[in-house]
Design a protein around this ligand. Structure first.
Ligand SMILES: [Zn+2]
Length: 263
């Protein structure tokens, strides 16, 4: 049986000299693993579509539970990601995170959910065009982590203070990641034993934009200095605690960033 899915290759395993297995992120079926026979031959028609981060329309042959790539038509190339090691590491982290958190053979668009394929395509596009847009990789990473947490059903309540409904207390707003909510400084009990972050105004504003914006807007904010560092720490820790694991590509990305800062 032939089936057609639009998707992005988020993992690839080599098999023998000429073939590979690819994991394709799709909206209709979650992760689809497909064999790509002959994909490594230079004259193969699926050579570019079987590459990591290839965004293509895949025509697959389904036999029982197994898929084989029949043909593929490239839709967009994120090839340029490979020319910058930091960008490549960040893109690989996004791919590993989505591969781990997306089930196989399950429709991802139920209940009006955002399209995971468009979400990842937008994230990869933002990484690739960071110089042109003036947005930082750190800000893009934070937006991915917080928005993706929300897509997985772990959206924090960032509307207002959980207790009194204050939207923006002049004494500050405090984020409690374990409870996924905000309290204003006046309502916060200093004896609370869990994690807490007193958010800078720019951090809270960016977090609200990431959570409440439509799908095409949540990367589009600018943040610098201490607020950028705080946003980065809050979003990374929030996502990893929900995913309940770390990712090799994230460790590698963070090492690259640390080394760059030390130079
Ligand atoms: Zn309050």
């Amino acid at each position: 049986m032939l089936v057609t899915y639009e998707g992005i290759v988020i993992a690839r395993r080599e098999v023998g000299d000429n073939s590979c297995f690819i994991d394709i992120l799709t909206d209709e079926q979650g992760i689809v693993e497909a064999a790509a026979h002959g994909a490594k031959k230079l004259n193969s028609s699926i050579l570019s579509s079987a590459g990591l981060f290839s965004y293509s329309i895949f025509c697959l042959n389904k036999t029982g539970l197994r898929y084989t790539v029949n043909s593929a038509k490239p839709k967009y190339s994120f090839h340029a990601l490979g020319s910058d090691i930091e960008k490549l590491a960040l893109a690989s982290y996004f791919a590993q995170a989505m591969r781990y958190c997306t089930p196989s053979e399950q429709n991802q668009l139920e209940h009006g959910a955002d399209s995971p394929v468009r979400f990842l395509a937008a994230a990869l596009y933002e990484i690739m065009s960071a110089e042109q847009t003036g947005r930082t990789l750190s800000g893009i990473k934070s937006a991915f982590e917080l928005r993706y947490s929300a897509m997985l059903g772990f959206s924090p309540d960032l509307v207002a203070c959980e207790n009194c409904g204050n939207y923006d207390c002049e004494n500050g707003m405090i984020f409690l990641p374990d409870k996924a909510l905000l309290l204003c400084a006046d309502c916060f009990n200093p004896e609370y034993g869990g994690e807490r972050t007193a958010l800078l105004p720019d951090t809270l504003s960016a977090m609200r934009q990431i959570i409440f914006s439509p799908a095409d807007r949540f990367f589009k904010f600018r943040i610098t200095g201490n607020a950028e560092k705080q946003l980065s720490a809050v979003c990374e820790s929030y996502f990893l605690s929900r995913a309940e694991r770390c990712f090799p590509a994230l460790n590698y990305y963070n090492t690259l960033v640390r080394n760059r800062r030390e130079i």
